[in-house]
Design a protein. Structure first.
Length: 399
């Protein structure tokens, strides 16, 4: 079995892949960003429903292109990973665009595939401090976003199975992240180690990848089942478990190691998410913004549909204890499933093609609708009954 060092050396990126990723004259799924690694680019992958190509475009700042009432004032900005970005559908098929059409006002989409909660938080800070800030913020929490927050470079986790398409689909490069200080037991914020296009070429150097990542404990927990356990930093990993009051790694056999590594990385990720959500809530409160947290994880959904406990229960407990406003789409699917006489797999095919299909985004939009209508003041134009409806349609007809 390979050592951790060998695993990290193999994560080095070919220089021509980096060059293609940085070439702004070419279409790319992602574009370089000095803070959060990358934002959405312009790309047309063949990953949509029925095997179609999907048209995904972005503004220079990485916001996904919006068409529906985009020239009108915006009151909602959305942040998160690929389920916020709405990967695998075309621009007009996102849940933000469906809601914008229904409400008569735009909803901006700052989601990006592969982000963790912390990268989403940094994107939110930057945008909400700019002229694109909005009074209402949606923060989407999905799947292993918790663990991504703590990684220094997600590419080092995904490279064994991700096809970068020669650079056109490259992402997961170094970004800002959080890590637990084992001495103080507090999370500390870390800046991007490679914040310039020129510095990104250091990812082509195997020695750099080893030195920059060998002490990344979250990465070690992901690599634990494919490297020699003796090459892991077991002393610090055990200290991490103790700091989180979580079980230590179980080294008795491969299955126990894999299961215990999963438990510990979830504990680490959940602790990071709780810290980041507190930061997000404090920022929104200080700037007079409302925050709504969205929960969806297909693994949680599938487990609930099969009568299994949810692995993210610590996050739900945290949100309840903090009294943060949140919307749980996993429970919506559980209620919806009860309306059908379908297997779990057949039910999921109604809405998912990996990510949500257009039908899934439509279902999500209208599941979320009532929460947003109650949340917004004044109500969306289509829900007002105060005499302010635009009978002359000023601002809605073409100039």
């Amino acid at each position: 079995m390979k050592s951790l060092e060998q695993y990290l050396r193999a994560s080095a990126v070919a220089r021509d892949v980096i060059a293609t990723f940085l070439d702004t004259a070419q279409p790319h799924w992602a574009q370089f960003d000095p803070e959060v690694g990358y934002t959405l680019g312009n790309f047309m992958p063949r990953d949509g429903m029925d095997g179609c190509w999907t048209i995904s475009t972005a503004q220079p700042n990485g916001m996904r292109t919006a068409q529906v009432y985009a020239n009108k004032p915006c009151r909602i900005n959305t942040y998160g990973n690929s389920f916020t970005q709405c990967h695998q559908v075309s621009d007009g098929e996102t849940w933000q665009e469906y809601l914008a059409a229904h409400f008569g006002e735009p909803i901006r989409n700052f989601g990006m595939g592969g982000y963790g909660i912390y990268q989403t938080y940094r994107r939110m800070l930057r945008t909400e401090r700019s002229g694109l800030g909005a009074p209402n913020v949606l923060l989407y929490v999905w799947g292993d976003d918790h663990c991504r927050s703590v990684m220094r470079c997600r590419h080092a986790v995904t490279y064994p199975h991700w096809d970068s398409r020669g650079g056109a689909a490259f992402h997961g490069n170094f970004w800002a992240n959080v890590e637990l200080d084992l001495a103080t037991r507090h999370f500390v914020e870390k800046e991007n180690l490679l914040p310039t296009p020129a510095s990104l070429y250091q990812m082509a150097d195997p020695d750099f990848m080893v030195e920059a990542l060998r002490d990344d404990l979250m990465l070690q927990l992901y690599a634990a089942d494919c490297v020699d356990p003796a090459t892991l930093d077991l002393t610090r990993l055990h200290a991490l478990a103790d700091a989180l009051a979580a079980p230590r790694l179980d080294l008795r056999d491969a299955d126990r190691l894999r299961a215990s590594a999963l438990r510990l990385r979830n504990a680490y990720g959940f602790a990071a998410t709780q810290s980041i959500l507190d930061l997000s809530a404090a920022f929104c409160k200080a700037h007079g913004k409302q925050l709504l947290i969205i929960l969806l994880c297909p693994l949680v959904t599938m487990g609930l549909l099969r009568g299994q406990p949810r692995y993210d229960q610590p996050i739900v407990n945290f949100l309840e204890a903090r009294r943060y406003k949140y919307f749980d789409m996993n429970l919506v699917h559980l209620r919806d499933f009860a309306s059908f006489n379908l297997s779990v797999d057949d039910y999921l095919k109604r809405y998912f093609i990996g990510h949500y299909s257009p039908a899934g985004n439509h279902f999500f939009a209208y599941a979320l609708k009532d929460t947003l209508v109650q949340w917004l003041e004044p109500k969306p134009l289509t829900y007002r009954d105060d005499g302010t409806r635009p009978f002359d349609f000023k601002g809605y007809l073409p100039a």
